[in-house]
Write a protein that binds this ligand. Structure first.
Ligand code: BV8
Ligand code: ZN
Length: 243
């Protein structure tokens, strides 16, 4: 892929690069995107119907098992060349902040040192009732109940993610807003830009005068606000951009 010289100059001169990523960032690690997540075993469910507190209260076993399946997938997955290229950016640019919608922890495993998880982490577990964190490995070793129970209050344990209808962690959201104020380049990688309020970040970045770069094999609503559209896969475009 040939890159615009002005784009390459902007990357060379950048002081602070923000990387806003979605499920497409992890697609080449073998983790189905949300648009694909209802395939195979879960074909009859839509993610938006499972990733809600009501769904969990209505059918805790199905929701718990869906997350147990995804957690297993995530733990077996490896960061792909796209994650690794994002991590390598830190050696080339004074400051790089990753703002991810993903809950899989692959940016951190690739070596990115500053990752804001807007939607929490599937690797974390907490009590639905009292909020106490739980060590899922320790719990699974002794508690066969599905979902397992909180040791403090006996409530059901739940994944440490942000469900639809739940607020984003206030510290993560305020940190993302600070990054928007400071970054000079804003990558938007592998997101369909459908989920709010995260999807408002690239639009806000553009309105603040940042250089917005979209990397996605398909068109999304953010194409209209991006100055640069790199039509391709994260695992191919990002390493090429840094080569
Ligand atoms: C909130 C954690 C308020 C859980 C997730 C009506 C209109 C507007 C908004 C709403 C509405 N009704 C409700 C809302 C709000 C709702 C929302 O946005 N709903 C959507 C469905 C319309 N948002 C919320 O509920 C949020 N909270 O608003 O709170 C509030 C205020 C006060 C008090 C109480 C409440 C919470 C949203 C967070 C939900 N949790 N994840 C879990 O993971 O199970 S979101 C979840 O879906 C993912 O984390 C991800 O963020 C999102 C899916 O989006 P993408 O990441 O973009 O993935 P997707 O599959 O869609 O797209 C993949 C893209 O990758 C595609 O474009 C594809 O082309 C591309 N791609 C594919 N392969 C590659 C690639 N790109 C590059 N390389 C490749 N190889
Ligand atoms: Zn509890």
């Amino acid at each position: 892929m040939l890159f615009d010289f002005v784009l390459l100059d902007k990357l060379r001169d950048a002081r602070h690069i923000a990387i806003f990523s979605g499920a497409g960032m992890s697609a080449e690690s073998g983790i189905p995107t949300f648009r694909e997540a209802h395939t195979g075993l879960w074909a009859k469910y839509r993610p938006e119907d499972l990733a809600t507190p009501d769904a969990f209260l209505r059918d805790p076993v199905t929701v718990w098992n869906w997350y147990a399946w995804r957690r297993e997938l995530v733990q077996q997955a490896q960061p792909n060349p796209g994650h690794l290229a994002v991590a390598r950016l830190e050696a080339l640019v004074p400051k790089v902040t990753v703002i991810t919608q993903n809950v899989d922890g692959l940016h951190q495993r690739a070596g990115s040192s500053d990752v804001i998880e807007l939607h929490g982490s599937i690797l974390e577990t907490r009590c639905f009732d009292c909020g106490q964190p739980a060590d899922i490995a320790a719990v699974a070793a002794t508690d066969r109940e599905v979902p397992p129970r909180c040791r403090h209050c006996g409530g059901m344990l739940r994944p440490g993610v942000v469900w639809f209808g739940e607020s984003l962690p206030s510290d993560a959201w305020s940190r993302a807003a600070e990054v928007l104020d400071d970054a000079d380049v804003f990558f938007c990688i592998g997101t369909s830009s459908l989920v709010e309020p995260a999807a408002s970040l690239p639009r806000h970045a553009r309105s603040c005068g940042r250089t917005v770069i979209q990397i996605n094999p398909e068109a999304t609503s953010h194409d209209e606000i991006a100055q640069y559209i790199l039509r391709g896969k994260a695992g191919e475009v990002m390493p090429e951009l840094l080569s």
